[in-house]
Design a binder for this molecule. Structure first.
Ligand SMILES: NC(=O)c1ccc[n+]([C@@H]2O[C@H](COP(=O)([O-])OP(=O)(O)OC[C@H]3O[C@@H](n4cnc5c(N)ncnc54)[C@H](O)[C@@H]3O)[C@@H](O)[C@H]2O)c1
Length: 351
């Protein structure tokens, strides 16, 4: 039985009380997830906040009324009154935290990327399967209403056989981060990984087989020699013949923008339009639409949706809807992109 099969076959124990949540990481996205738990979803309660920076943990817990604060992850993993953890620490700590949480019997929601090597992805999947816990990965775009509707249209055969797909991410500019503090390959491992998952989500059942990536430092060319990349285009070929492109930029001056398109033998679907509301202002200077500056604004309902699905899985003892295997597939594309940039050639994915 494959690891995925094992994870699916093993049912978890349903719970009747609200799911008691601890956050591991009280930074930008951890704070937003904690607020979603505390204020926007029924059936879950925030009981603990953990972050090595005590001030961050204290501030978040105080704002949301969480009773327990700690700088030590072990404190939440050994606490009897914690059912599940949200892992929102930096990317390279995710796998070890997933494995430790699973060993402690805690259900896990982990932000992307779940791992940055395939060996670590397998380690996380195996740990979750062995422990029989729910392991869900933070591919929130699947829960954005337009993206979910696009998938429903594809499932209803309205698009026919997917032939051309695209997915893009434009982070809001201007770009103010210090490139020296951004880990190498972030554009593939942390940004485009959303697009790789979106392409797989919108081409259900198909397997990515070949990847070609081009990347450059167009926003901070001065940092390119040190390995900085802030702009990329990727092509992905699938085993059902579909050809996909994904692209990303770290600096869209008009705001945060994520979109997708699937063109098939029977029609086309698009999702996302970069607009924060559907209001259009008509005035003497023409038409004006508002955009969002932050992912947590543009995709707020998607963040609520993914955590609601996680809590439903924990409460119902059902499998996660976005799995460790989904994370592994998206990661395999990201790692192929890195090899492609290094070699200048297309890269075949292993089966
Ligand atoms: N799905 C999404 O839309 C989305 C959006 C933003 C970030 N993310 C992902 O979430 C993760 C965190 O991103 P962020 O922007 O919140 O980063 P951040 O730097 O704002 O926050 C990280 C926090 O984790 C804490 N931390 C560091 N090591 C820790 C450990 N071992 N245990 C617990 N806490 C620890 C830090 O002190 C910090 O408070 C990244 O992997 C990122 O890619 C996902």
């Amino acid at each position: 039985m494959s690891l995925t099969d094992a994870a699916t076959a093993r049912s978890t124990t349903p719970t009747s009380h609200p799911v008691r949540i601890a956050t591991i990481g009280a930074g930008r996205i951890g704070s937003h997830h904690a607020e979603v738990v505390a204020r926007h979803v029924p059936g879950a309660t925030l009981v603990a906040v953990s972050d090595p920076v005590e001030e961050s943990a204290q501030r978040l817990a105080a704002a949301l009324g969480a009773p327990f604060v700690t700088t030590t992850v072990d404190d939440v993993l050994t606490a009897d009154d914690v059912d599940a953890v949200l892992i929102t620490a930096p990317a390279r700590s995710h796998t070890d935290l997933v494995v430790a949480a699973a060993a402690a019997g805690k259900h896990v929601f982990v932000e992307k990327p779940m791992a940055v090597t395939l060996e670590d992805a397998d380690r996380a999947i195996a740990a979750a399967a062995d422990a029989g816990i729910v392991l869900q990965v933070g591919f929130n775009r699947r829960f954005a209403p337009g993206f979910a509707a696009a998938r429903a249209a594809i499932d209803a055969q309205k698009v026919g056989t997917p032939q051309l797909l695209r997915s893009l991410t434009r982070d809001p500019g201007p770009y103010t981060a210090d490139p020296a503090r951004v880990p190498q390959w972030t554009i593939f491992l942390e940004t485009l990984i959303h697009d790789f998952d979106t392409l797989c989500f919108l081409n259900p059942g198909a397997r990515p087989v070949r990847v070609h990536a081009i990347a450059d430092a167009l926003i901070r060319p001065d940092a390119k020699k040190a390995g900085h990349l802030d702009t990329a285009v990727v092509t992905v070929q699938f085993d059902n013949g579909a050809i996909a492109t994904a692209d990303a930029s770290f600096s869209a001056l008009y705001g945060y923008d994520v979109r997708a398109e699937v063109f098939g033998s029977g029609g086309m679907v698009t999702a996302g339009n970069g607009r924060s509301t559907d209001m259009t202002y008509y005035g003497p200077d023409g038409l004006h639409a508002d955009t969002a500056r932050r992912d947590t604004d543009l995709l707020h309902s998607a963040y609520v949706g993914e955590l609601t699905a996680f809590f439903d899985a924990v409460r119902g003892g059902t499998p996660a809807v976005v799995t460790g295997q989904d994370a592994r597939t998206a990661l395999s594309i990201a790692l192929a992109c890195i090899r492609s940039v290094e070699t200048g050639s297309a890269v075949d994915l292993d089966r």
